[in-house]
Write a protein of this length. Structure first.
Lengths: 373, 92
C-alpha cells in the first residue's frame, strides 16, 4: 500500500513559545535540549510580537508561554498584552520563581488567562532535592498569590520513580492549596530525562499503585479538583498519538527562533528546522520541508505503513523512535507490533528489580549541558 | 442530570472564554490548555449565556432568531450538560 502524499494541514491551533532556556531550577527530567548551553541568542521582543501576529493570522488560538522559566524574560508582560489583544488564550507555564505580587498584577492587567504552576513533590525536602533548589516555600506562596488574583489553580507535577509513591501526599497538598486542576504527568524520556532514565523510570507496580490512589482521590474530590493522570507510555502496548501527528496542530518556537513541530524535535537528524528570523510563520508551517516531512504517511515504514491504526496514533512519537531505534521513521517501540518493542519492555523489567543506580542523578545545569554537547 | 431553573442566568465559567474563530469557521470555548470547537447550535446557545439573560429569554431569542419553536427542552438539556462540564456557571 503506497503512502498518501502529505495533505495541506489545518492551521497551527496551538502555539508554544519557549521564551528562554534559562531556568533557576535544575530538574533531572527537564524536556529542554541537553545542549541548551550552546544554543544561540534569544529572540528579541519585536521578534516574539511578530511571531504572535503571524501565527494568530493563520488561526493559532491557544498560546503557551514556557521555557526554561518564562518569568526570566522581563518583556513577558508586553508579550502577554499583545497576545491578549490579538485574541489568544494565554497560558503561562512556570516554576513560580520570580512571580511576585507586582508581576502577577501586571500580568493580570496584560490579560493573562491562566497560570500553570509546577511542583516537584509534596514536601520541601523532596521538592528541593528534585529541583536542586530551595523553592518549595516560594512555590507555596506563589500558589496563594495565584488564588488571590482569581486565577484557576492548575498544578503540574512530573512523576517518576523518586516521587511516584507520594501521589497521595501530592494530591493532599493540591487539595489544601485549593487546586482546581492537577496534572500528574509521568516523565517522558527525552532530553535530560533520557540521560537519567535508569533513575527515573518507575516499576510497573509503582505505576499501578499511583493509578489506584488517583482513582480513590478522584472518587472523593469529584468535580472540585480535576485530576489528569498522564499515562507513562513505556507501560502501554500502543503508542500515544504524539502531537496528533507532527505538523498537524502544534507549532513550537524555541528561544533562538527555531520553529519546531514538537519541543523535542530539535534532536531529529537530517532535518533543517527553519528560523522565524528568516521566514514567515506561514511559509514555515505550510511550505518548509522540515514541517512537511512527517505529514501524511509517505514517510512510514512497516509495520505502520499497512497498519489500520496509523490514522489513530500516527505511528507514535518520532523522537522516541529515533532515541530507541536510531531511525525516526520506525514505529514507536512502545507499540507491541514494533520489532523493537523489547527495548521498552526490557527497560520496564529493569525498573522492576533495580535497587541502586551507581551513576549519580544528572541535574540540568549549564556545566552539565556543556559537558554532554 | 440536575434540573436547571428556567429563571437561572448562566454565564461562561470562570477562566473560560468563548470566541468566534474565522480560521475554524466556528465558535470555540477556550480554557486552560484546552479548546472545544462548538457546533452551530452549541455556539448560538453559549454566546447568549451572558449572566444577564434568563434561560427563558435565551430560548425566546433563539426561537425568534431561527424562526422555530419548542427549543426549551433542548436548550435546558444543553445548559445542564454545560453546567456539569463547568463550561457555564450560575452565580448566586
Amino acid at each position: 500500500m503506497a503512502g498518501d502524499p502529505p495533505v495541506r494541514p489545518g492551521p497551527p491551533l496551538w502555539l508554544l513559545l519557549e521564551l528562554t532556556y534559562r531556568c533557576p531550577l535544575h530538574c533531572a527530567y527537564c524536556s529542554n535540549p541537553t545542549d541548551f548551553a550552546r544554543i544561540g541568542p534569544e529572540l528579541g521582543t519585536d521578534d516574539w510580537l511578530r511571531v504572535l501576529r503571524e501565527a494568530r493570522a493563520l488561526g493559532a488560538v491557544q498560546l503557551g508561554l514556557s521555557g526554561g522559566e518564562p518569568l526570566l524574560r522581563d518583556d513577558l508582560e508586553p508579550i502577554v498584552a499583545e497576545a491578549h489583544a490579538l485574541g489568544f488564550y494565554t497560558n503561562l507555564i512556570t516554576s513560580g520563581v520570580g512571580l511576585n505580587e507586582s508581576r502577577i498584577k501586571a500580568l493580570k492587567r496584560a490579560g493573562l488567562d491562566h497560570i500553570q504552576l509546577s511542583f516537584q513533590d509534596s514536601t520541601r525536602e523532596m521538592n528541593d532535592f528534585l529541583s536542586h533548589t530551595r523553592t518549595f516555600d516560594l512555590k507555596s506562596k506563589v500558589a496563594a498569590l495565584i488564588r488571590r488574583y482569581d486565577y484557576p489553580m492548575v498544578l503540574n507535577v512530573v512523576l517518576h520513580r523518586l516521587n511516584i509513591d507520594h501521589v497521595e501526599q501530592i494530591l493532599d497538598m493540591a487539595e489544601q492549596m485549593g487546586a482546581q486542576y492537577v496534572e500528574l504527568a509521568n516523565t517522558q524520556y527525552y532530553g535530560w530525562a533520557w540521560f537519567n532514565r535508569e533513575h527515573l523510570l518507575p516499576s510497573r507496580e509503582q505505576v499501578q499503585r499511583a493509578e489506584e490512589v488517583t482513582q480513590r482521590v478522584r472518587a472523593r474530590v469529584r468535580e472540585r479538583m480535576q485530576i489528569y493522570f498522564v499515562v507513562p507510555d513505556y507501560f502501554e502496548r500502543r503508542p500515544k498519538p504524539c502531537m496528533n501527528g507532527l505538523g498537524s496542530v502544534f507549532l513550537n518556537v524555541a528561544p533562538d527562533g527555531i520553529a519546531l513541530p514538537c519541543h523535542a524535535a530539535r534532536m531529529l537528524p537530517d532535518l533543517t528546522f527553519p528560523s522565524v528570523r528568516d521566514a514567515s510563520i506561514e511559509s514555515i508551517w505550510y511550505d518548509s520541508p522540515a514541517f512537511n516531512h512527517f505529514r501524511g504517511d509517505a514517510w512510514m515504514k512497516e509495520p505502520c505503513r499497512s497498519c489500520p491504526e496509523k490514522t489513530k496514533d500516527f505511528g507514535g512519537c518520532r523522537c522516541q523512535a529515533y532515541l530507541l531505534t536510531g531511525d525516526a521513521a520506525n514505529a514507536d517501540p512502545v507499540c507491541d507490533l514494533s520489532p523493537h518493542h523489547h527495548l521498552v519492555t526490557a527497560a520496564v523489567a529493569g525498573a522492576g528489580h533495580r535497587r541502586l543506580v551507581e551513576k549519580p542523578l544528572f541535574f540540568r545545569d549549564h556545566r552539565n549541558s556543556l559537558a554532554v554537547s | 442530570m440536575s434540573a436547571v431553573a428556567a429563571d437561572a442566568r448562566p454565564r461562561i465559567g470562570r477562566g473560560l472564554r468563548l470566541q468566534w474563530e474565522p480560521a475554524q469557521g466556528a465558535h470555540v470555548l477556550l480554557y486552560p490548555e484546552g479548546m472545544v470547537k462548538l457546533n452551530q447550535s452549541a455556539g448560538e446557545i453559549l454566546r447568549r449565556c451572558d449572566g444577564e439573560r434568563m434561560i427563558t429569554e435565551i430560548v425566546a431569542d433563539l426561537e425568534c432568531t431561527f424562526g422555530v419553536s419548542g427549543l426549551s427542552d433542548d436548550v435546558t438539556a444543553f445548559v445542564s450538560m454545560a453546567l456539569e462540564k463547568r463550561w457555564l456557571e450560575i452565580r448566586p
